[in-house]
Design a binder for this molecule. Structure first.
Ligand SMILES: [Zn+2]
Length: 235
């Protein structure tokens, strides 16, 4: 039972735990002691341990940090009132993780607020997969955005056009662009979401129901291969 950050680090595989200052607790826009609950620490550790050591070493060498905290808007004040990609009217307090390329920080929060239920804090049930997704975003960044390369965009667009079932489209639209939930999502932003989700799928599953990961792999088999090719480039 990890009750503080030092105990959390001991849940990580030795090669990950050995990366200096790779993980930290965070509050108010900077590293700060902010101990989390044992179930959260366990879920974060499982998410991190599901990804290969060489990926973590590469991210660490590229100055990525994994920051843990209570609620995203408490961790990074810039997110208060900011627009959430693809989710009209929902704020950043309704999701538990994001990667900020400005800071090079993968933010992972223990709690979310329920959409349409202001004030109610709940422990997020999808932390393990969320950690994988944000590591995928960090890798996209560290590799200088392979998801924005013309071949990647063309492949993802071609595979996206095969989704004709409106239910499937609704399930996946956050990662498809150009429009989801009334919010315009650029092709580049959507392609980066797809890259991160397929990265997470490679290591055990993307956030959301397992059926969403299966849908992603079913529709985006060629895009998935491009993600695997990028993963294979990491020494
Ligand atoms: Zn994402």
């Amino acid at each position: 039972m990890a009750r503080d950050h030092a105990e959390f680090v001991r849940l990580l595989r030795a090669a990950i735990a050995a990366l200096a200052n790779y993980t930290t607790e965070w509050a108010g826009g900077q590293p700060a002691p902010n101990p989390r609950g044992p179930a959260f620490y366990r879920a974060v550790a499982e998410g991190m341990n599901s990804v290969e050591d060489r990926i973590h070493a590469f991210l660490h060498a590229n100055h990525c940090i994994v920051a843990l905290g209570d609620l995203l808007v408490n961790m990074q004040p810039r997110l208060i009132g900011a627009q959430l990609l693809g989710q009209s009217g929902w704020g950043w307090e309704t999701v538990s993780a994001y990667y900020d390329p400005v800071d090079g920080v993968a933010y992972v929060a223990e709690f979310i607020k329920q959409p349409f239920q202001p004030g109610a804090l709940v422990a997020d049930a999808d932390v393990e997969a969320g950690v994988r997704e944000e590591l995928g975003h960090a890798l996209d960044h560290a590799l200088h955005w392979p998801a924005h390369a013309p071949a990647f965009l063309a492949t993802y667009r071609a595979e996206a056009t095969r989704i004709t079932d409106p239910n499937d489209w609704q399930e996946l639209c956050y990662r498809l662009g150009p429009s989801c939930g009334g919010i315009q999502v650029t092709d580049e932003a959507a392609a980066s979401e797809l890259f991160a989700a397929l990265f997470a799928a490679r290591y055990g599953g993307a956030p959301g129901l397992p059926s969403q990961t299966q849908l992603l792999l079913q529709y985006f088999s060629q895009t998935y291969q491009l993600v695997l090719n990028e993963i294979a480039r990491i020494p």
